[in-house]
Design a protein around this ligand. Sequence first.
Ligand code: PEP
Ligand code: MN
Length: 278
Amino acid sequence: MSSPYRLAGRGEHPEDLVVNAGGLRFGGPDLIIIAGPCSVEGEETYLRTAAALKAAGAHMLRGGAYKPRTSPYSFQGLGPAGLRILAAAKRRTGLPVVTEVMDPRDLDAVARVADLLQVGARNMQNFPLLKELGRARKPVLLKRSLWASVDEWLLAAEYVLNAGNPNVILCERGQRQVSETVRCSLDLGAVPTVRGLSRLPVVVDPSHAAGERSLVTPLARAAAAVGAHAVMVEVHENPEAALSDSRQSLYLEEFRSLMSQLSALAPALGRKLARPAP
Ligand code: PEP
Ligand code: MN
């Protein structure tokens, strides 16, 4: 039987796809670490945090300028000003950035700055957005919806690929469930599952699954162990003051510890951390 995943599947190209995002090779042997606050909140704080994350060995910066918030009364992101801050952080640190695009009308502006275009979990099946991303010249990080099957997730990836963008990376970020001990349940089984069904690189975001910082480091270690190509975590220089996802944001000191744990763990998994940026 032929695979329903014509472009994401391993049918005609059984080897892993390697996606280059800002010079980082997702999908190869290197373990890549993406870190940053949930939202870009201001220039000074973002630049200070970016410098600290680079010093700690992070390979890519994150931070939303356009935020999908449950309540319309919550902080919605700085929009274009946030993009300018991300551009400044790239210039200062030399690190590439990933940031979310929520609306096709913002795509050109976001793609001018982003090295990797994030589709948030809530937009995984926003088909007009996915088709528009097919025309983008930057790779796409497709987060799995909180309630999507693996099949729905891979078919969403197929939309971007079929619309002409060959560079898609998947991101597992936790599924809705009944337990109240975690915000979402991180579907670690999905990592080897999608790696078997598809050739696309896989990132794991333990922060949005955990919803609570003490769970992030153990889940990040597990993600590396189960075969994720990259781990994306939220870090804030002062988590108590964060404008979004305060409870799950790591302190910088916790991030430094996570980096040293992952660099010790990687060789046991036949991997190594990607080289730090110069
Ligand atoms: C985020 O990465 O900040 C985010 C909003 O994630 P998700 O779409 O997975 O909830
Ligand atoms: Mn967040």
